[in-house]
Design a protein around this ligand. Sequence first.
Ligand code: DGJ
Length: 456
Amino acid sequence: MIRFSPGSRCSLSTVVWSLVGFLLLNHLYSLVNHNGGNGGDVRFRAGDNPVICDLKEVEQENIQIPPPRKRSPRTTKRHSRRATALIDEFLDENSQLRHVFFPGMKAAIGPTKSASNDSSYYHPGRIWLDTDGNPIQAHGGGILYDEKSRTYYWYGEYKDGPTYHAHKKAAARVDIIGVGCYSSKDLWSWKNEGIVLAAEETNEAHDLYKSNVLERPKVIYNEMTGNYVMWMHIDDVNYTKAAVGVAISDHPTGPFGYLYSKRPHGFDSRDMTIFKDDNGEAYLIYSSEVNSELHIGPLTGDYLDVTHVMRKILVGKRREAPAIFKYEGVYYMITSGCSGWAPNKALAHAAKSIMGPWETMGNPCSGGNKVFRLTTYFAQSTFVIPLPGLPGLFIFMADRWNPSDLRDSRYVWLPLIVGGLTDQTLDYNFGFPAWPRVTIYWHKKWRLPYGLSVLK
Ligand code: DGJ
């Protein structure tokens, strides 16, 4: 039998504390380096690839706010603090800074516009042209990578119509035109595949009747049925229907046949997204209880409905515009606050199980300036694109809404990198961060490493 003298008790506690210290350091090291397995397909890592290092450079923006002047009535109520002053300028269609947030056609990018040495550069906020030279119309969108055709498809709200207010208090709107679809091999040059789910012109009782709302369409492929399944936010002009709609097609470019709408699990549902996990299980995530919380639940095997299983997450946090992605077995989500078409601060969240609990890590935005970071670069999350050849690197997709002319809303695509330490520590984790950091880096101009060869 082993007996401990007072001296040996001391050395036992030293051993225990050394062990704890070792485990913590080991945990810290693995968070910084985050070199876990990724299905054996590891070519580069966001942390160690020198090309990706460029994307991690912090780029500053210096925007001079013009001196106070008579503002349009819609913005007079606001105060003159720098952040609100800049948001006022952003929302004011007559602002002298309009060109900073919404540069004109001269600055447009796209395959028909760019000199060859400038092609494949993303310029967040500029007009983005398709292969025919027309502005891309795919707002609140999402990307499907189709294994069969080895092609990316971008689905989004086709908003190329006049903006108006249905009545005095209603948010700015564009009548439903439909869901636009674009195809690409390189995620930069996009071909218009047309409207794959069109508005209903005559039947006023139909969900897709033009004076209703169709937002945030997302498409996933069901291996079992061979269907491309589209989920979307369906609403009436006042956003009181608060439902999801489902449509299917046997081809990624449609046409999609509209099936039905419902309130999932019996709850109101506004901003939403769907997420397909590596094991083929898919989930619906939606803002509910008047946007005060998010709900998450698995879809049925054919992806055409939700099951009865649902968890409430981020309760009381008032988040919307969810965009989910997964990296090395951990689920991540970017959300926005709720302020209509006006921009606000993004938050990143993480979870070991997609059904929760979800923890909030903080604002993922880096660079630009303070106001850029507090407004998600004057944009709102819609989707995060995984790049299989570049583990740890993702594209963050966001909408820079233009409430005075919604068709002229812009796309803000930026590199999102998982790796390094978070600012947020958790008490039960000995003051160490529980998750690797999620960072969205501001760049005026950037492109994917190695001229996109990693995508082929
Ligand atoms: C914010 C949402 O995220 C958008 O999709 C849209 O519904 C606007 N609100 C409408 O004000």
